[in-house]
Design a protein around this ligand. Structure first.
Ligand SMILES: C[S@@+](CC[C@H](N)C(=O)[O-])C[C@H]1O[C@@H](n2cnc3c(N)ncnc32)[C@H](O)[C@@H]1O
Length: 224
């Protein structure tokens, strides 16, 4: 089994290195969630030495799974600090990336966690990260095909793509409770959602993004 995981991590690393010269995939403890480690892009990747061609390669292959996004880390911390939200429950994670929020839900006591991402590499990374943390999560590609009854839906840093805004309403039809973590949408005002917390964080490894993206808001959605 360990051999299979190593092979999958190597696969992820090869894919990343094809787009980011010198990139490696390394187990990384999360500063705000030291209970979890993730296979992420090495912090000392040669960010400042990338030429235009390498930058274009990164844009063509946005390896979201190779980063723990500020919103993901904040949502994971929130679940670990409020296990009552997930304990014994079925939790769906929409746009799981590395799987950070899904893994935190499971660690905090969720009975069943289903992590969804349209990117096959994110699904592979989530499986590898589940194994790294000795946690069990189910993984799927198409959120709309999940038929399991959900007690809670998680969505961290998926609203950068404005096409995903339509999911906010769908989530509330699908689950009595939703937690959204976001730092990209200004004036977040959607029926059924209220702000529950604001926390500072950052992307790991550091992408040197503008400071505004480090301020993460957490919103709770509740179906009527
Ligand atoms: C910025 S990453 C955030 C990953 C993780 N939630 C975190 O916070 O670290 C966004 C992820 O959402 C996925 N995604 C975007 N739109 C999606 C959709 N419509 N359905 C499923 N996954 C989606 C992307 O493939 C990507 O892995």
């Amino acid at each position: 089994m360990a051999e299979k995981v190593n092979h999958h991590v190597q696969l992820l690393e090869d894919r990343l290195a094809a787009h980011i010269p010198g990139a490696r995939v390394v187990p990384t403890a999360l500063p705000q969630c030291p209970e979890l480690s993730l296979y992420l892009l090495n912090a000392d990747y040669p960010q400042h030495q990338l030429d235009a061609q390498a930058m274009q390669g990164i844009l063509n292959y946005p390896a979201y799974w190779a980063f723990c996004w500020a919103s993901g880390q904040v949502l994971a911390r929130y679940l670990l600090d409020h296990p009552v939200l997930v304990s014994g429950k079925t939790v769906l994670d929409f746009g799981c990336g590395s799987g950070v929020a899904a893994l935190a839900a499971r660690l905090a006591g969720a009975a069943r966690v289903i992590a969804c991402d349209i990117d096959p590499d994110a699904r592979l990374a989530t499986r590898c990260n589940a194994r790294l943390n000795h946690l069990e999560v189910e993984v799927c590609g198409d959120f709309s095909t999940v038929t399991a009854r959900a007690d809670l839906i998680l969505a961290a840093d998926v609203l950068y793509d404005r096409e995903n805004l339509i999911w906010l309403e769908r989530f509330l039809r699908r689950s009595p409770r939703v937690l959204v973590a976001d730092s990209r949408v200004r004036n977040f005002d959607y029926a059924g959602y209220r702000s529950v917390a604001q926390v500072s964080s950052g992307t790991i490894p550091d992408l040197e993004e503008s400071a505004e993206f480090a301020r993460v808001s957490l919103y709770e959605g509740q179906a009527d």
